[in-house]
Design a protein around this ligand. Structure first.
Ligand SMILES: O=c1ccn([C@H]2C[C@H](O)[C@@H](COP(=O)(O)O)O2)c(=O)[nH]1
Ligand SMILES: [Zn+2]
Length: 146
């Protein structure tokens, strides 16, 4: 499998863990040695899952969780693969963490003020973003031994 397909597949698989009834989001952070250093998905804060109904204002975004789950000292020069274009709050985190590029799958909220603000900040911070173009469009996983 091509490395980029693998990284986006990791983001897509991570998104599958989300309980968001509307939009499941996954993120996969990759360092300059092409090693995965953090993955995450959108979820309620730890310990809060069973106590509150799903709420947009309380959810921790996939990018935040991937950053907090990092297994390296810092994320400078890393790339982030995301299944949804980051919002303005996540853009700030990506910029401040020193990441070098954003690769996204869906841009379905392209016209929203949050996405517009995120794009403006990435441009100002000189962090390129590009739509993911897969080499393979489908990854089939067999989890049962035969
Ligand atoms: O940067 C982002 C933007 C959004 N999310 C999450 C937050 C929500 O759980 C969903 C969006 O829900 P909608 O009902 O489609 O508005 O996506 C994220 O993780 N990262
Ligand atoms: Zn966000």
């Amino acid at each position: 499998m091509e490395p980029e397909d693998y990284f986006m597949a990791a983001a897509v698989l991570s998104a599958r863990r989300s309980r968001d009834p509307s939009t499941q989001v996954g993120a996969c952070i990759v360092n300059q040695d092409k090693k995965v250093v953090g993955v995450g998905y959108n979820k309620m804060p730890n310990g809060c899952e069973d106590h509150m109904p799903w709420s947009r204002s309380k959810v921790c975004h996939a990018e935040l969780n991937a950053i907090l789950n990092k297994n390296s000292a810092d994320l400078k020069g890393c790339s982030i693969y995301v299944t949804l274009f980051p919002c303005n709050e996540c853009a700030k985190l990506i910029i401040q963490a020193g990441m070098k590029e954003v690769i996204y799958l869906s841009d379905k909220y392209n016209t929203s003020p949050e996405t517009q603000a995120a794009k403006l900040m990435f441009k100002q911070a000189k962090i390129p973003f590009r739509k993911f173009l897969p080499k393979e469009t489908e990854v089939v996983l067999q989890l049962q031994s035969v």
